[in-house]
Design a protein around this ligand. Structure first.
Ligand code: FES
Length: 187
């Protein structure tokens, strides 16, 4: 990349940082119950739980969605429809390496959507999708806490600041390097 720079370790939600994804449906339901303790009031519980599970699993497993629906007394179908409405949530499993483009306010105003679209075009997918080979997922996420160097992209644990659409190839190169590391570790 040109003047884009690595700025920090990644926030939650990366492939490999996944304490829940391999759990059974029952364990997922128990985890959802634990997370629900963060939301003693009904207000914000549904979206809070969706975001929490997304952060922990990297996507929203069906078992977790069913647990949230039961807990919040909403229909599973309504919950799935709601989850699909938000671009930062995914009901599909993620690829081996997740590429995230921050779409918080600072990054959005600095062209995050155009950046994400450029990367999507190069990967041959839409934003929010996983490549057909299951290797890379590209998605928009909430603020990752590095607004001063917006726009920010996060690749498998490393965040890059001041990333321009012309840096898209460089970001994807980092994703390929991350994939080699994942494969080397046998994940
Ligand atoms: S808005 Fe992108 S890092 Fe805060």
């Amino acid at each position: 990349m040109s003047d884009a720079s690595v700025i920090t370790a990644a926030p939650a939600g990366m492939a490999g940082a996944d304490p829940v994804a391999a759990a059974s449906g029952r364990a997922l339901a128990e985890r959802v119950e634990q997370l629900a303790q963060r939301y003693p009031d009904d207000v914000g519980r549904v979206i809070g739980l969706l975001n929490d599970v997304q952060d922990e699993c990297g996507y929203l497993p069906e078992e977790a969605l069913r647990a949230i629906a039961d807990l919040c007394d909403v229909s599973f179908e309504e919950l799935v429809a709601s989850a699909r409405f938000f671009k930062t949530l995914s009901t599909e499993p993620v690829g081996k390496v997740v590429i995230e483009v921050c779409d918080g306010t600072a990054c959005h105003t600095q062209g995050a959507v155009r950046l994400a679209q450029t990367m999507a075009d190069k990967l041959g997918i839409e934003v929010g999708q996983t490549t057909p080979d299951g290797l890379f997922t590209l998605r928009l996420v909430h603020c990752v806490g590095a607004c001063s160097v917006a726009p920010v992209a996060v690749v498998a644990g490393a965040a890059y600041g001041r990333v321009k659409p012309s840096d898209a190839d460089g970001v994807i190169e980092h994703a390929h390097a991350a994939l080699e590391e994942v494969d080397r570790r046998g994940e």
